[in-house]
Write a protein that binds this ligand. Structure first.
Ligand code: IVH
Length: 666
């Protein structure tokens, strides 16, 4: 094949595959079998490999993702990503309508859409090709997730049709379809991996994965709803979405154009009742003024568009029978009651278990065995019990008695006066506490050692690991002999343990799992004492001098280090070479801004708002969130809010540009 012939064939295959993707993912009407599709992809892959000069990052083969790992870079949004004002009440929706009518001077058409519950992304297309995808971030800057976005098959890498602007942005919601979510979670549970709380978390977790080939294996989808811009590209919202659809974007067909609030309420009623039947989660509906001309006329407040609002659905509830209560023991020894229920459908998933929090909660709601209880889904993995249908109660039932002994090791439980939870005090001997500590220690935010819960369980059962220090004495020969381990996985585990010796001190301190010492407290303590040795020598006063450390934390730290068993374990960890020290944070850069109070507003060219704040801090200045008489300077980027501007003028406060501010420091 000559290079010209190869190029023609590559072109032909790419176009064909693009069409098949569209048929499959957007129209849901595939015209070829998966097998034929794979043959085409394979052929294209082979040709691209042989003729790299025709490589193109928007080729359908790129959907497979790459193995390269990298951190996300962040970029400024061209249009800040604002959120929508929201309400749970119909009166407030009518108030919204009245405000619109007042602003326009007439009734308007509304475009009703579903509020997709996923992760917002802003995609930029240049000459019809996907150029960049940013997450919402802080609204001003977002993370560049283009590589991951490219793996989502329903997102066009190359637009079809015509009439799209040379460069434009389009917003959509990346979602994890409900059915696939349930399937993935049950697989994760079988593999001993942590389940995702809900499809939204799964979508956002997936989008933030570093390895795009893993993202490619997850069935993410993206639904589009908004094309921001200054010029009037379209007359109406519904027309803009029609165009988006023609260009190849997935725009769900549930949207509806209406002329009155009655119809808006009908739309709400319908989807509140039928949301379970959708293949994805929604958390409400969005009402938008349809005319883009009128949208511009209404404009934005500092935070939201005035031309749109979201109506959020209340959490769904279900009624079910409580059959029994289990007690789980966590790593801190805290005992959590969990209810076993008759299976019931709730918000599209099957529910069998629900959280009961603690003894007080059970007493407060007077929850008894055999009761019919109301369950509700919050953001957590398992739903919670929010009430009892007392009228359905068996009159002979008796109040529930909390257990008195640990279900795992039979030690009498204790309860501190000011705490809600019961604890098993057998810290050293109670198996779930030991395993829990090891699992916490190896966690991603701690030592980041790559081992599943099932692996820890196995190492514990085989008595190879009885505390976290034992991890560092594991050797390859001992592991490779174990069930479920192969050469490669044993090697990976050893390497991952070895690599954890480089984890910086604040994370090591967090990993120790000292009660009340979370990620932030660990960081504060590490920065204040700079070494574990000095921290161990600190007394209550020394500890309480640290920002945000009170008596409760200080006492917990002292008692942890007083325990000889912990001292021995720490000595072992030290011998294995873990990081028990750190360098002090950089000193102040200067005192140039001492005594000066700054307010930062708007979007900047070279620095993020946080970076500017850090600069102010490092040079002795003070940051403040709002303008007052005490404000000395305002550092303003583009898009400074008009009300801030007026206030600054009124108080006669100098407004500095980014450059002017930077020149104060030089
Ligand atoms: S319109 C300028 N339409 O809700 C307003 N947003 O609170 C642009 N969302 O960040 C947003 N479905 O993540 C719009 N049909 C829809 C939506 C939607 C979900 C999300 C989106 C946005 C948030 C706003």
């Amino acid at each position: 094949m000559t290079p010209e012939q190869a190029r023609d064939k590559i072109d032909q295959l790419r176009k064909g595959l693009q069409q098949h993707n569209y048929n499959y993912y957007i129209k849901s009407e595939p015209t070829i079998s998966d097998f034929e599709y794979d043959l085409m992809i394979n052929e294209l892959q082979a040709l691209e490999k042989k003729h790299p000069q025709f490589d193109n990052e928007n080729s359908p083969t790129r959907r497979i993702g790459s193995d390269l790992n990298r951190e996300f870079e962040s970029f400024l949004h061209r249009y800040p990503m604002l959120s929508l004002g929201n309400t749970y009440s119909r009166e407030e929706l009518s108030d919204f309508d009245q405000r619109v009518i007042k602003g326009i001077g007439a009734q308007v058409n509304y475009f009703c859409e579903l509020k997709y519950d996923g992760v917002a992304v802003a995609l930029t297309y240049k000459d019809g090709a996907l150029d960049r995808a940013l997450t919402r971030g802080d609204g001003t800057r977002g993370d560049d997730v283009t590589r991951n976005i490219r793996t989502i098959r329903s997102i066009p890498l190359q637009l079809q049709g015509s009439g799209y602007p040379a460069e434009f942005e389009i917003r959509g919601e990346v979602i994890f379809p409900t059915e696939e979510f349930a399937r993935m979670n049950s697989e994760r549970e079988t593999n001993g991996e942590p389940a995702f709380a809900n499809p939204r978390n799964a979508a956002s977790g997936t989008l933030k994965m570093q390895n795009s080939s893993q993202v490619a294996m997850r069935p993410l989808d993206c639904l589009f709803y908004y094309i921001p811009g200054e010029q009037l590209l379209f007359q109406t919202q519904h027309e803009s979405l029609k165009c988006a659809q023609d260009w190849g974007f997935k725009v769900p067909s549930y949207n509806r154009l209406v002329g009155s609030m009655e119809e808006v309420f009908e739309f709400i009623d319908r989807w509140e009742a039928e949301r379970d039947q959708l293949p994805f989660d929604i958390d409400g509906v969005v009402i938008k003024v349809d005319s883009i001309h009128l949208q511009k006329q209404l404009g934005f407040t500092a935070k939201n568009p005035r031309w749109a609002i979201s109506y959020k659905f209340r959490a769904e509830q279900a009624l079910s029978r409580l059959n029994s209560i289990d007690f789980q023991v966590g790593r801190t020894g805290a005992v959590t009651p969990v209810a076993n229920l008759d299976q019931v459908q709730l918000a599209g998933t099957t529910v069998k278990r629900a959280s009961l929090h603690n003894a007080d909660q059970i007493a407060l709601l007077d929850i008894r065995r055999g009761d019919f209880v109301y369950v509700e889904k919050g953001g957590e993995i398992i739903p919670k019990i929010v009430g009892v249908a007392k009228e359905k109660r068996d009159p002979s039932s008796t109040p529930f008695q909390f257990i008195t002994h640990c279900p795992e090791c039979n030690t009498p439980l204790v309860r501190q006066e000011d705490e809600a939870a019961h604890y098993c005090p057998n810290v050293i001997g109670c198996p779930p506490q030991i395993k829990g500590r090891i699992e916490h220690f190896i966690g991603r935010k701690c030592m980041d050692i790559n081992a599943a819960e099932a692996t820890i369980d196995q190492l514990f059962r085989e008595e190879l690991v009885k505390n976290v220090a034992d991890l560092y004495s594991l050797d390859y020969d001992a592991i490779v002999k174990l069930d479920r381990f192969a050469k490669k996985s044993a090697q990976n585990l050893i390497e991952s343990i070895e690599a954890s010796k480089q984890i910086p001190f604040p994370r090591v301190l967090f990993a120790l799992g000292i009660r009340f010492v979370g990620e932030t407290v660990a960081k504060k303590l590490a920065e204040a004492f700079l070494s574990l040795e000095r921290l161990m020598e600190a007394d209550i006063q020394d500890l309480e001098e640290v920002d945000e450390i009170g008596e409760r934390i200080a006492e917990s730290v002292i008692s942890y280090f007083q325990d000889v068993r912990n001292q021995i374990m720490i000595r072992q960890l030290r011998e294995h070479g873990l990081q028990f020290e750190m360098e002090p944070r950089p000193e102040k850069l200067s005192e140039k801004l001492i005594g000066k109070s700054f307010v930062i507003s708007g979007i900047f060219e070279n620095y993020s708002r946080d970076e500017l704040k850090a600069l102010i801090d490092q040079n002795g200045g003070k940051n403040s969130g709002s303008i007052s008489k005490k404000t000395d300077y305002i550092v303003a980027g583009s898009n400074m809010g008009p009300s801030k501007y007026q206030k600054a003028q009124k108080l006669n406060i100098p407004i500095l540009s980014e450059e002017e501010f930077l020149s104060m420091l030089s």
